[in-house]
Design a protein around this ligand. Structure first.
Ligand SMILES: [Zn+2]
Ligand SMILES: [Zn+2]
Length: 195
């Protein structure tokens, strides 16, 4: 386990909770909070605190997801990724963009080995290796009668979108990524760690 991962808050089973995961406290009624400022326009905000309440694996905190993406910090351990260092996105085959923040290679390798969902997907999970990525905005444009949210991608920082739609997450588009299936990449990774 990478040292920065060992310092993360844990769930009841003792498993470190990734930095991008949302936490719920007992008095949380599940409502979605929308606010507005000059920087982001309308946006969803999440007031949760890591380590307080219960983590919901598979659900990202909108505030921390956006911070991690913009600040080039690791979605698992939350530490900065050096500007010239390789980083990893985890997703489905040939994904054009990623909703999960970038990861340090060691953190990605750890996640692929311990996360039951990722582990079960095996060859269907792909890693995208790159040194840089561009961002776009995932905004909610409408709520249909049955409560389903309609979403559109907008350019990063597009002022027109501020009034049209509510920002929830950033989308990361890796620059010229090298793509490998997760098992293949892990096998290579282990080889590189040998003396
Ligand atoms: Zn939150
Ligand atoms: Zn990390």
């Amino acid at each position: 386990m990478p040292p920065a991962v060992a310092r993360l808050p844990r769930n009841r089973a003792g498993r470190p909770v990734p930095g991008n995961i949302a936490w719920y406290e007992a008095d949380d009624d599940g409502s979605i909070l929308v606010t507005r400022n000059d920087e982001l326009g309308g946006h969803i905000t999440c007031p949760c605190t890591p380590g307080r309440g219960t983590p919901r694996f598979g659900e990202q905190c909108s505030d921390r997801q956006r911070q991690l993406m913009v600040q080039r910090r690791c979605g698992l351990c939350t530490q900065a990724i050096e500007p010239t260092a390789q980083l990893v996105f985890i997703g489905e085959s040939d994904a054009r963009y990623y909703l999960g923040p970038p990861l340090h290679p060691l953190c990605a390798a750890y996640a692929l080995q311990v996360c039951p969902v990722l582990h079960a997907e095996g060859e269907r999970i792909e890693v995208a290796l790159t040194q840089s990525y561009a961002l776009a905005e995932d905004r909610i444009t409408a709520v249909s009668a049955d409560g389903a949210l309609r979403r559109s991608a907008f350019p990063f920082g597009d002022l027109g979108a501020h009034h049209l739609a509510v920002l929830e997450f950033y989308l990361a588009f890796p620059d010229a990524p090298e793509r490998l299936t997760a098992p293949t990449w892990l096998a290579q990774h282990d080889l590189k760690l040998l003396p």
